[in-house]
Ligand binder design. Structure first.
Ligand code: NAD
Length: 487
């Protein structure tokens, strides 16, 4: 049986490469190849730039109202196709359908709706200078590149294209080679909605295709989601022609459970922030600091709920709430971290092993794992694992836990559980993180800006400010009187 092929999506349609080179894409829940992608070769890359140049010219000349109407049609189409698109995400990522059908496409569509509605509100300024005056225009940047990670493929493609397109830019998007389908489906939706051909192109391939984009002189901005190490390479390459960058990178985020917290809610937050999407979420609270006075109660409920309420299985089964890790290689990486945790003296409270799952044979599962007896200097407490591995630590007082929570080069997210409103604000204001939750974890609505402090990133996605990051200000000085010149 021949394997289905996914082609690059250029100038409004699929485009074949000339080299014939492909990469196989595997369903992580079965370990089986489901289709292959054609790698963008020189002919595809050239067409991507040429059509984006033409697309940008047409798109940027339209009024923001017209762009907004078209993007809102894309939102409606995404919602109509929700279950079909969610299923592609399940097959590509191994995440449960019960998440994908209410989060991945929905939050992607929300971002496009938010920025589509915001686009016509963008205005310049005008100021009188005593006869002469100046005004400003918010102009799009040109062709932007989006480069995505594999954990939320269609959501990432939507979050990057939404402000870019709303502001009048074109985008060439490179999805992760492990989960490429969502971006191509989004490109088709944009065309169906009436976005001109070339405004959103998708190029397929590995890091070298991403590198081509980041170094290309015709690209004005790069919005990247991925690991810190890759982010540094992307930024260095983008410096070649001083491209603007947005960087959404990794995290090692703290959740602080104070002595007055609602313990069941704290356990819910810790589990959501470690086991949702089988732990493959950048904002995960992989360092859970629990006040020593409530430690026993917290641990006992955490163990009971982790062992009884998590159901691994075929991710397409709507009862399943825990899926497979993205690849065999990643599964091994997570298992290696677990081995390091044990070797460095942490205690496995529950989990800690590879999992074989009936109904998902051959899938790359790892048990939801909780480590206790952790110390701040252990590898599992310092490094991002990107799997279902939680480290629980104890603390005695507020000042101490703030210092320990901040003692990391990363700063993506942070959260606290407390009933004390003054403490909530006091502590949150001292945490070095871009996304903070009080008595909550994980929600990321389109209205709220998200991004990292320190090594976790640069710039923000979502929220009003993200639109500004896709425009540049042109100042126009109007001389109303004759120039007074000494020459
Ligand atoms: P990755 O850095 O390995 O790859 C990300 C993307 O970059 C892929 O499309 C890859 O092909 C491409 N790439 C690789 N080398 C490149 C290069 N030299 N130049 C340009 N592009 C290149 O990351 P991943 O393994 O796909 O994703 C997991 C990471 O993403 C985790 O660290 C996670 O925390 C992070 N992440 C962050 C956010 C956020 O919003 N902060 C969201 C999701 C994931």
């Amino acid at each position: 049986m021949s394997i289905p092929r996914l082609q690059n999506f250029i100038n409004g349609e699929p485009m074949a490469n000339t080299t014939g080179e492909t990469i196989a894409v595997t369903n992580p829940a079965t370990g089986k190849v489901i289709y292959e992608i054609e790698i963008a070769d020189d002919s595809v890359k050239q067409a991507a730039i040429e059509s984006a140049t033409a697309g940008f010219k047409q798109w940027s000349a339209m009024t923001a109202m017209d762009r907004s109407r078209i993007l809102l049609r894309a939102v409606a189409l995404l919602r109509e196709k929700n279950d079909e698109l969610a299923m592609y995400e399940v097959l590509d990522t191994g995440k449960p359908m019960q998440e994908a059908n209410c989060v991945d496409v929905v939050t992607g569509a929300d971002a496009i709706e938010f920025f589509a509605n915001l686009a016509p509100t963008q205005v310049g300024q005008q100021q009188d200078l005593g006869g002469d005056f100046y005004y400003t225009r918010k102009e799009p940047l040109g062709i932007c590149a989006g480069i995505g990670a594999w954990n939320y493929p269609i959501q990432i493609a939507c979050w990057k294209s939404a402000p870019a397109l709303a502001a009048g830019n074109a985008m060439i998007f490179k999805p992760s080679e492990e989960t490429p389908r969502g971006a191509v489906e989004l490109a088709k939706v944009f065309i169906e909605a009436g976005v001109p051909a070339g405004v959103f192109n998708v190029v397929l391939g590995e890091g070298d295709v991403g590198q081509w984009l980041t170094g290309h002189p015709a690209i004005e901005k790069v919005s990247f989601t991925g690991e810190v190490g890759t982010g540094k390479k992307v930024m260095a390459s983008a410096a070649s022609n001083l491209k603007d960058v947005t960087m959404e990178l990794g995290g090692k985020s703290p959740l602080i459970v104070f002595e007055d917290a609602d313990i069941s809610q704290a356990v819910a937050a810790a589990m959501l922030g470690n086991f949702y999407t089988q732990g493959e979420v950048c904002t995960n609270c992989t360092r859970v600091f629990v006040h020593e006075s409530v430690y026993d109660a917290f641990i006992s409920e955490l163990k009971q709920r982790t062992e009884n309420n998590i159901k691994a299985g075929d991710p397409q089964d709507l009862e399943v709430n825990f899926g497979a890790l993205i690849s065999k290689q990643h599964q091994q990486l997570v298992l290696d971290y677990i081995a390091k945790g044990k070797a460095e003296g942490a205690t496995v409270l529950t989990g800690g092993n590879k999992m074989s799952v009936p109904g998902a044979d051959g899938g790359y599962f790892v048990e939801p794992t909780v480590f206790t007896d952790c110390h701040d200097d252990m590898t599992i407490v310092r490094e991002e694992i990107f799997g279902p591995v939680m480290s629980v630590l104890t603390f005695k007082d507020e000042e101490e836990v703030i210092a320990r929570a901040n003692n990391t080069p990363l700063g993506l997210a942070a959260g606290i559980m407390t009933q004390n409103v003054r403490r909530a604000h006091r502590v949150i204001h001292q945490l070095e993180a871009g996304i903070c939750w009080v008595n909550s974890w994980g929600a990321s609505p389109a209205e709220m800006p998200v991004g990292g402090y320190k090594l976790s990133g640069i710039g923000r996605e979502n929220g009003i400010e993200a639109l500004n990051q896709y425009t540049q200000t042109k100042s126009v000085y109007m001389g109303m009187v004759d120039l007074d010149s000494p020459f």
